[in-house]
Write a protein that binds this ligand. Structure first.
Ligand code: BES
Ligand code: MN
Ligand code: ZN
Length: 501
């Protein structure tokens, strides 16, 4: 989707459709609506009269060939109360409007930036929502007619004093394209997106965007001593990979700085549970258990394009988790790269095992702070649902910055505690730590397990099990993978670099 911006008068808009946000409680006499009413010879007022539009969220109507307009369609779409319209509401609004128009034949759309939307924050939210709303999940559908695609989005300012949108267009496009890239990885079925294929896609991205790419195979992991990662990989015929993407700023000072942000994402391309096998119901959804890895790969694409002044390393331990005659068994003990031994009580608590070795590897590579993202626990889904990801960690500054970054980009997170009493639940009789606690506080005991491998390095963990996938299609988003985390991690890194760290 190409995005342009200009100040154009309503009657000169020539795109296939014009999207007009309608606020709840306004009348046909307000601002642009009055002008539009005039051009359509009273159509707007009569729609208000008949209560066909009210501005209520997601209530919409479509005018065709109305009055003196050059555009063929006007989509009047409710956005809700004016003061409740924040960045997230705008993203969703734009996504929903695009999803309404795309199947109705529109190929180019104009978006009217009404009064309080006519700023760079508003433009960014609209662009991101539109690009993400455009995407569908039917990667493998072979029906003849593809869903309509919108090729051009034209942001139209009502007033001549519109800001310069060049930067907003670039940033928002970069953010949304990476989120969609992460979503594609989440949608891909496990038979296609194996650890090898995930590494190939990351490598392809890295080569295109100018990131240095490396990957470790099982032999190299064995030589290094990545025993917990390899324990998970044992049950599968598909070889595990450790995907490594390096970003170096051009800025000499930043490049010489010892500061190195490590982003670590769980890349389980299919989680059957292993010997501690999961029930069949919904098991197919466990193809998205690489959502944290997708978020990191997506974030690295954003970072490569926006070029912050800070060094970043992206790590994705990738494996399947399957049962077999060679698979790791409950009660087995594995030695991690850190030297800590782990009693594997439940083979379905595999994410923490692969993350542990990747985190130690990040530290060995010189990471000065670590943020991991993982579809780690069902308990997190129970606690926070699809709305917010959980955040826990050892460094309040990172946690606060991630909370802020979340509010800014619309990928929201919520803190959970990590008191040492939770750590008692994962004490092992035979090894240094065990990989599960009891039934209580599952998201926290999982995070506590990771804390063992963060060492003294400032660290925060995002449990995105609930937010990485949407059970139901939304007006603004297809059902399935959400790409959650790509924009959040990148926003965090951009802000951190802007702070001059
Ligand atoms: N990948 C799952 C967590 C998950 C569950 C993600 C539902 C998304 C939706 C993870 O590997 C897992 O199986 N966790 C177990 C841990 C348990 C055995 C302590 C869980 O949450 O049930
Ligand atoms: Mn599992
Ligand atoms: Zn898992």
């Amino acid at each position: 989707m190409k995005v342009i911006a200009s100040q154009t008068s309503l009657n000169e808009i020539s795109e296939d459709a014009l999207i007009v946000p309608v606020f709840e409680g306004e009348t046909a006499l307000d601002g642009a609506l009055a002008a539009l009413d005039h051009l359509t010879r009273g159509a707007i007022e009569s729609l208000f009269e008949d209560k066909e539009i009210s501005g209520k969220r997601d209530q919409w109507t479509l005018l065709r060939n109305a009055g003196n307009l050059s555009t063929k369609r006007v989509l009047l779409y409710g956005i809700g109360k004016r003061d409740a319209v924040d960045a997230l509401a705008l993203q969703r609004f734009a996504g929903a409007a695009i999803r309404t128009l795309a199947p109705r034949g529109a190929r180019s759309v104009a978006f009217l930036l009404r009064a309080n939307l006519n700023n760079t924050q508003g433009a960014k939210a609209i662009i991101e929502g539109a690009i993400m709303g455009q995407m569908n999940s039917n990667l493998y559908s072979s029906k003849d007619e593809p869903e309509g695609e919108i090729e051009l989005l034209h942001l139209v300012s009502e007033s001549p004093d519109a800001p310069d949108f060049t930067e907003a267009i670039k940033t928002a496009t970069v953010m949304a394209e990476a989120a969609n890239f992460a979503r594609t990885l989440g949608f891909e079925p496990g038979n296609v997106l194996t650890p090898t294929e995930l590494a190939r896609r990351a490598e392809e991205m890295a080569a295109r965007e100018g990131l240095r790419f490396e990957s470790l195979d099982e032999q190299q992991m064995k030589e290094l001593g990545m025993g917990t990662l390899l324990a998970v990989a044992r049950g599968s015929q598909e070889p595990a990979k450790l995907i490594i993407m390096n970003y170096e700023p051009q800025d000499a000072d930043a490049s010489a700085s010892k500061e190195l942000i490590a982003l670590v994402g769980k890349g389980i391309t299919f989680d059957s549970g292993g010997i501690s096998i999961k029930p069949a119901e919904k098991m197919e959804e466990m193809k998205y258990d690489m959502g944290g890895g997708a978020a990191v790969i997506g974030a690295m694409q954003i970072i490569a394009r926006l070029r912050p002044k800070v060094r970043v390393i992206g790590l994705v331990p990738a494996s399947e988790n399957l049962p077999s005659g060679r698979a790791v068994k409950p009660g087995d003990v594995a030695r991690s790269l850190s030297g800590k031994t782990v009693e594997i009580i439940n083979t379905d608590a595999e994410g923490r095992l692969i993350l542990a070795d990747a985190m130690t590897y990040a530290i060995n590579r010189g990471a000065t702070e670590i943020i991991d993202a993982a579809t780690l626990t069902g308990a997190c889904v129970i606690a926070l649902g699809e709305v917010r990801a959980a955040i826990m960690g050892t460094d309040q500054r990172i946690i606060d910055d991630l909370v802020r970054a979340g509010e800014e980009c619309g990928e929201r997170v919520w803190p959970m505690p990590l008191d040492k009493e939770y750590g008692e639940l994962i004490r092992s009789d035979i090894a240094d730590v065990k990989n599960i606690g009891n039934r209580t506080a599952g998201a926290i005991t999982a995070a506590y397990f990771l804390k063992h491998f963060a060492g003294d390095i400032p660290w925060a963990h995002l449990d995105i099990a609930g937010t990485a996938w949407t059970e139901q299609a939304k007006p603004y988003l297809a059902r399935g993978a959400t790409g959650f985390g790509a924009r959040l991690l990148a926003t965090y890194v951009m802000n951190r670099a802007a702070q001059g760290k």
